[in-house]
Design a protein around this ligand. Structure first.
Ligand code: NAI
Ligand code: MG
Length: 366
């Protein structure tokens, strides 16, 4: 078995967390008897933009479609390129063009990671945010009129399509059904956002009829954020629009410790390489965090978000045993912990390098 992976480290700490993560994947492949071919590209980065005036070469799609999956670091260098240009010129384009309509973001309290919440160590926190990933608030529809005058007006539309809403809800309901708690929480704001959000709620209620075994609850996003902080252990599957899902998936990991360990999978669950009738659209795996310019270059970024995203990629590729070994390695290294190993976001003094090597060793040895 061999998998061809497009590797896009991007900018900032993306360039620092990618090498240790690739070594972890190599270690897993070696141990479980399969191979990776990593095709590393310097584009989808602000570094590339500064040289070429665009974020990516024109044949980016062909290059990525030649691969089984995309492994992505982080993009963004706000000091040199506006964030909306770097993001829309790379990651958001991938999500859209490859129709990666599911953004899966697991959140777990892992022993060894200091959590800012008191008494949380007594609870099991283990939930998944399912974020709609292709429409919603992240639309490019809108514009400015009367620019530069006192009547200056800016409009941006939210787009919910029946297909777009239903497919992410369907995925979330199925996921909830497959988990022991069988609980689905829907994020809404139908009191204030009076057209799109009531529609979202309506689709949830409609679909809930098909899943009588799944317990469904909905909360407005503001109070849901409060519940995330006060009782994160009560959630199971949380589904939200593009914006709400984005916010919740930084908040969840922040409650359990650090966004530095949070992974994410951008999935197109209907495209298959074996189905020649349909266009092949690869899925993308990345940490939840961005390029972190404030700590870039210091060698102290937490590599676990990137490594855990690799674990999700292994799962997606069907390498279940390797995926299990990687998550176990992450858990046991964190449990062993120690100030010298944990990175500063986990209150330690460790480095990207040393933490990465510890996990790599654990994958090989355990
Ligand atoms: P960010 O996630 O890059 O950083 C937020 C905070 O968390 C910073 O204080 C950072 O030091 C810390 N942090 C993030 N990852 C960490 C890690 N692995 N280890 C330790 N600390 C970590 O978000 P921010 O600051 O809003 O955005 C910075 C740049 O990243 C911007 O250009 C933004 O557009 C881009 N961005 C890109 C994303 C992506 O490529 N998927 C996602 C989010 C932001
Ligand atoms: Mg985000």
């Amino acid at each position: 078995r061999k998998y061809v992976i497009a590797v896009l480290p991007g900018d900032g700490i993306g360039l620092e967390v990618m090498p240790p993560a690739l070594r972890c994947l190599e270690a897993a492949a070696k141990r479980f008897g399969f191979k990776f071919e990593f095709r590393e590209y310097p584009w989808a980065s602000c570094i590339y933009y500064q040289e070429h005036g665009v974020m990516m070469p024109s044949n980016w799609k062909e290059l990525l479609k030649a691969c089984d999956a995309i492994y992505f670091g982080a993009v963004g260098d706000p000091a040199s390129v506006p964030d909306h240009i770097s993001l829309w010129g790379s990651l958001l384009l991938f999500r859209r063009e490859f129709d990666q309509f599911i953004n899966l973001r697991p959140c777990r309290l892992i022993p060894g990671v200091p959590s800012p919440l008191a008494n949380r160590q007594n609870h099991t926190i283990d939930f998944v945010t399912v974020r709609e990933n292709t429409e919603g608030e992240y639309s490019s529809i809108g514009g400015r009129i009367f620019e530069g005058t006192s009547r200056e007006t800016v409009i941006q539309n939210t787009v919910f399509t029946r297909q777009g809403v239903d497919r992410v809800l369907r995925y979330a309901f199925e996921l909830a059904r497959s988990r022991p708690k069988k609980k689905l929480t829907s994020a809404t704001k139908s009191n204030g956002i009076s057209i799109t959000m009531p529609y979202w709620d309506e689709r949830v209620e409609e679909m809930a009829k098909e899943y009588p075994d799944v317990k469904v609850e909905k909360y407005h996003i503001d109070i849901l954020c409060a519940h995330f902080v006060q009782r994160p252990h009560t959630f199971d599957v949380v589904v939200g629009s593009n914006l709400f899902g984005d916010i919740l998936s930084d908040l969840g990991p922040a409650c359990t410790g650090t966004i530095g360990i949070a992974p994410s999978a951008n999935l197109n669950p209907v495209s298959s390489k074996d189905d020649s009738a349909k266009e092949w659209m690869p899925s993308l795996f990345e940490p939840v965090h961005g390029s972190a310019p404030d700590i870039a270059g210091k060698g102290i970024a937490n590599p676990i978000g990137m490594i855990w995203a690799g674990q999700m990629m292994l799962e997606h590729l069907g390498e279940k045993d390797a995926a299990t070994a990687v998550i176990k390695a992450i858990e046991s290294v964190l449990a062993r912990g120690g100030t010298n190993l944990l990175t500063p976001d986990m209150q330690g003094k460790g480095t990207t390098q040393s933490l990465g090597v510890a996990i790599e060793q654990e994958i090989i040895n355990v």
